[in-house]
Design a protein around this ligand. Sequence first.
Ligand SMILES: Nc1ncnc2c1ncn2[C@@H]1O[C@H](COP(=O)(O)OP(=O)(O)OP(=O)(O)O)[C@@H](O)[C@H]1O
Ligand SMILES: [Mg+2]
Length: 245
Amino acid sequence: MLELQHISYHVSGPEGQTDILKDVSLTVPDHKLVVFTGPNGGGKTTLAKVIMGLVQPTEGRILFNGQDITGLSVTERARLGISYGFQQPPRFKGLTVHDLLLLAAGEQKLSKDRCCQFLTKVGLCANDYLDREVDVSLSGGEVKRIEIATILARNSQLMIFDEPEAGIDLWSFARLTETFEQIHRQHSATMIIISHQERIIQLADEVIVVAGGAPVHRGSVEEIMPLILGNTAGSCPMLGKEENR
Ligand SMILES: Nc1ncnc2c1ncn2[C@@H]1O[C@H](COP(=O)(O)OP(=O)(O)OP(=O)(O)O)[C@@H](O)[C@H]1O
Ligand SMILES: [Mg+2]
């Protein structure tokens, strides 16, 4: 189980302090699929990075299976079974897709068949991609899918996917959604998926709407979807005026 207790994250700039996360407390029980959604800039990615250890919170504690992991590094958290797929994945010049899958699986050898299984789950054909370098020659959608495949290969207890749908074509997206459904059905991992996609939101046991640096709504898909679909008015008063003209 993952528990965030009173997490805040502030940054200081020339114009003073900005509160990016504000006293966030939430629990993600084992084997659940929780979707974080909400407006751009709401704090979803920062929250995911705080869980992975890429951002150190200013206040609060994070517990994973009862252990306080607030002070642990990314590597230590990865060893405990947490993995995170970036919203914009990095590229790794000099490493092939095969290398990345081996590193992720933590195995010296990963058969072509196993690699193929992971790549198929994200809609890629192993024959075309295994020996490709993960450099700028790959398209954005390809890099995104390869990163998701490495997270699947890592077989973590808690998988965090940051907008897995971003830049992915409809066919691969359908395959990916099936993969999430399957992981969920088989209870093989706990998943936090950050998403704006209705199709992914529909998979959730719980949907948490993050806005202004904190969860503002949480509940079942049935409870939250009407709130999301009904709330089309932006938060910018100027935009509101434009619309009213
Ligand atoms: N280090 C930082 N310094 C200043 N502002 C930051 C920093 N990190 C994040 N922010 C700001 O915090 C807010 C939340 O960012 P975050 O990336 O978490 O949003 P998000 O909910 O993931 O948005 P999106 O849906 O666009 O991906 C944004 O306004 C962002 O500009
Ligand atoms: Mg984000």
